[in-house]
Ligand binder design. Structure first.
Ligand code: MRU
Length: 378
């Protein structure tokens, strides 16, 4: 994606600086756009643990680059692998990427290849998700007695008919939780991929952005991404989604995932489960977008088996932001002495999920559905 006219990825190996990994330091967004160099494996581990980089795909690929870096230093590969894998427990992409690098040999070229693959998977998710968006837009149009869409998705994808589509389509209202955007991957994102594809194709779209307390990835990162790309959006309190769904103001929910069990249970940012419950109660389709690097074939029952990260209470008890002069402050939100608990993810059972959008297409959230798309994976 672009920032101030320059194309960026979230993580890369700059050719002019050997033994260096370059990342966007997401802790500074949206107040500042900072690029950070990582030159030691321990710095890579710290960047993942302390969330300079975050999001399942992004931490996986950063760790892959970290393994390539380890191969050029005196840090034994097994030690580097253990260190990197220990940084965050829930997103399976991290262990997947590290184990992959150990298996095939940790080179810069292989890390680069994984980064390209991550982008290609997100792009394909965008294409498959766009078909769903078109179907829902068509259904909404029919319900309102508007003329059927005669433009093919292909034409729309290429940008043809942009204006015609905007005239005849009612706006599709999408709700998303956390940040499963380009910042959470190398580029493009998972949940945002169909959103960007729809917007670029001229399908009128508006995104309800859950603020996603306690770290506010929605309010700080997703809103920043959508604003940078010109996608109409509105930030809402985490508790507003159910109300909006009850009043017909949400046409679909789409989230990312940090780990998906082979039965189709989805671990994602805390609060996702409540959105799925509300969506089921209101008859709103609830989709999860994920690349296959997020599938954990070893895991059956997601609720019992997926490790949920507990993060520090200060994410909850304090908030950070600039004052009118742009000076950053951290303020306390909770009485001194009140303990706080901060489970960072929850698991949405497969039965609440309308479909999984992967790089190979859309399937039911079930073992049969997943094996239909990934036959030899079990
Ligand atoms: O704790 P984070 O910010 O690393 O959380 C991960 C996420 O970004 C979300 O859970 C997201 O929806 C899935 S990651 C593609």
């Amino acid at each position: 994606m672009h920032y101030q006219g320059h194309p960026y990825r979230t993580v890369w190996h700059p050719t002019e600086a050997a033994r260096t990994i370059r990342i966007i330091d997401q802790r500074a967004l949206p107040w500042a756009f900072l690029v950070e160099d990582l030159r030691e494996v321990k710095d890579v581990a710290r960047a993942i643990r302390d969330m300079h980089v975050r999001g399942a795909g992004c931490i996986g690929i950063t760790a892959a680059y970290g393994m390539a870096l380890a191969a050029e230093t005196s840090v034994p590969l097994e030690v580097a692998a253990q260190l990197l894998k220990s940084t965050r427990p829930t997103a399976v992409n991290l262990a997947w990427a590290v184990d992959h690098m150990l298996r095939v040999g940790p080179t810069w070229a292989e890390a680069e290849r994984l980064a390209e693959e991550d982008i290609a998977m997100c792009r394909a998710i965008g294409r498959h998700g766009l078909e769903i968006f078109h179907q829902l837009a068509d259904a909404k149009r029919t319900k309102r007695g508007l003329p059927p869409n005669t433009l093919t998705p292909d034409l729309l994808r290429k940008g043809g008919g942009h204006q015609v589509e905007q005239k005849i389509s009612p706006t599709l209202n999408v709700l998303t939780h956390c940040n499963a955007g380009w910042l959470a991957f190398v580029d493009i994102g998972s949940a945002t991929a169909p959103i960007y594809a729809a917007h670029d194709a001229g399908l009128p779209i508006h995104v309800w952005v859950d603020e996603t307390r306690p770290r506010s990835q929605g309010a700080r990162l997703t809103a920043w991404e959508l604003a940078s790309h010109g996608v109409p959006h509105t930030v809402i309190a985490d508790n507003a989604g159910g109300h909006l769904m009850q009043h017909g103001l949400v046409d679909l929910v789409i989230t990312g995932a940090d780990r998906v069990s082979r039965m189709g249970d989805v671990a994602n940012k805390i609060g996702t489960y409540l959105k799925a419950l509300a969506a089921r109660d209101c008859g709103v389709p609830f989709y999860v977008a994920l690349p296959s690097s997020t599938l954990d074939w070893q895991c059956g029952d997601g609720l019992r088996e997926i490790p949920i990260e507990d993060r520090g209470p200060e994410e909850l008890t304090h908030a950070e932001g600039p004052d009118a002069d742009g000076v950053l402050h951290t303020v306390r939100l909770v009485p001194d002495g009140s303990p706080a608990a901060n489970p960072a993810f929850d698991v949405t059972p497969a039965r609440l999920i309308t479909g999984l959008i992967t790089e190979r297409g859309v399937c039911p959230a079930s073992e049969t559905g997943l094996l239909g798309l990934f036959p030899r994976s079990k």
